[in-house]
Design a protein around this ligand. Structure first.
Ligand SMILES: [Zn+2]
Length: 455
């Protein structure tokens, strides 16, 4: 029995320690690099799921699926720190930024001296997720990327970011969550270029892991998954990320020219579907159960029951809970051997419209980067804007190009979109996600048609 590399999804640190001890050393292979905790709570209609994300500094756990508010230099656009608490909490605790926003201005050294982004902005309760790409200002420029690093078009011009540069930024800014460096390509590149993009992304993931521990970067590393519009490449990249020591997955390469119709297959290729069986072992000393990964296979071994590795080949086995002397095990028939571990959060970038978000939720995505929603001011809205100002007043502000208009609209839109995510979570919990999605898409189609008629 090979006693190596167990990047297994055990939830109990207790059993983890015992296991490591029993296997003789190697206890540090699954060192927790972060205080992030994530657990899946409910499933609905296949892969749509709700979960709970907990981060050390955040006062309350955050339910997923959830939205990361996009920011410029750590603050949501048009919303000043004093207005931030007017957004619904805890939903609005998640903020996303690109380290490239800081190219102009403060150096990484200065930010490091201040103690990171939370310290610098005084937002100690908020959760920062660092992703280099941002949908408006920092776009990947695949023609200029090379084997040394990824290129981005930024307000400061074109920048080539090497893994070492990137890890300097992460180590100084200290985000709670960060995605590894990725070579993102648009949908129309050649299959050769797409393959190169996966090779580089995997190589950079290894470099980010190594540099991250060398620089004591901290934070939860989300392994980048790319692969453009090619299902096999998507799978390959997901498998590579799944066997590495990451806390979650960042799924990139979307919103770059692929069609909405081909997206579900691409998302599902990454979040492979599972057939789930739960097995309860009674009167089993969990100390005698081993779950580990050897030669690319998930293996389960229980001394007392004499269930050995061969019986469980090609299955993903997860310890669900341990109560007294009982062990609950989940066995999943996986389409591929190295599928993404269920108990790690998945963050996707580039799905912006509500319909696209629903595609992601249906494929089992937990976190989304900011979205564009042109929903008009609605009736009965309880946001700060609608409670305090009339539509006419906001229209007036827009007409005279007053910046307050943007602030008020931003508050309303954010409120509205966080509410959308809340409805998604409720639908999943009640087991009616598919129906919710159908109704929503139909309703929006009618709404858009009505707007088009009026225009
Ligand atoms: Zn409102």
């Amino acid at each position: 029995m090979t006693k190596t590399a167990f990047g297994f999804p055990l939830k109990h640190s207790h059993i983890k320690t015992k296991l490591a001890a029993s296997l003789g050393g190697g206890a540090e292979t699954t060192t927790t690099i972060t205080s992030m905790k994530f657990s899946v709570k409910t499933w609905s209609n296949g892969k749509a799921r709700t979960g709970l994300l907990q981060l050390g500094n955040c006062p309350s756990p955050i339910e997923t699926p959830s939205l990361l508010l996009s920011t410029r230099k750590g603050l949501p656009l048009f919303i000043s720190p004093d207005l931030l608490p007017s957004l619904p909490l805890p939903d609005s605790y998640l903020l996303q930024f690109s380290p490239l926003h800081f190219l102009e201005g403060l150096s990484t050294k200065t930010i490091a001296a201040i103690g990171g982004l939370h310290q610098m902005l005084g937002l100690h309760d908020y959760v920062y997720a660092a992703v280099l790409r941002d949908p408006i200002q920092c776009l990947p420029e695949c023609d200029a990327s090379n084997k040394f690093g990824a290129s981005f078009e930024t307000p400061c011009g074109r920048v080539l970011v090497k893994p070492a540069d990137y890890m300097d930024m992460i180590a100084s800014m200290k985000p709670n969550i960060w995605a590894s460096l990725a070579d993102e390509v648009p949908a129309w590149v050649s299959s050769k270029r797409n393959r190169t993009s996966v090779d580089r992304t995997v190589k950079w993931l290894d470099e980010c892991i190594a540099l991250g521990s060398a620089k004591a970067a901290g934070g939860a590393l989300f392994g980048a998954i790319v692969g453009g519009s090619n299902i096999e490449e998507r799978k390959r990249c997901a498998q590579e990320a799944a066997i590495r020591n990451v806390s979650g997955y960042w799924i990139g390469g979307f919103g770059l020219g692929e069609s909405m119709d081909e997206r579900p297959a691409l998302l599902n290729a990454v979040t492979v579907s599972f057939k789930l069986t739960r097995v309860l072992f009674k009167n089993t000393d969990y100390f005698e159960c081993f779950i580990f990964k050897a030669k690319g296979e998930w293996l389960f071994y229980c001394v007392r029951l004499e269930i050995h590795a061969a019986c469980w080949m090609n299955r993903v086995v997860t310890v669900v809970c341990i109560v007294g002397s009982e062990v609950m095990i989940e066995v999943r028939d996986a389409g591929c051997q190295d599928s993404l571990q269920e108990e790690k959060p998945r963050l996707v970038c580039g799905l912006e419209l509500p319909e696209e978000v629903l595609q992601g939720v249906a494929a089992g995505i937990d976190l989304f980067d900011s979205s564009k929603d042109a929903t008009p001011i609605v009736q009965n809205c309880v946001c700060y804007t609608c409670q305090n100002h009339t539509k006419a007043y906001i229209n007036h502000l827009l007409n005279v190009h007053e910046m307050l208009a943007q602030t008020l609209l931003e508050i309303h839109n954010t409120h509205h979109f966080l509410g959308f995510f809340r409805s998604i979570r409720e639908a999943i919990k009640e087991g009616r996600f598919d129906l919710f999605r159908q109704m929503f898409v139909q309703h929006r189609r009618e709404q858009l048609a009505a707007v088009a008629v009026c225009a």
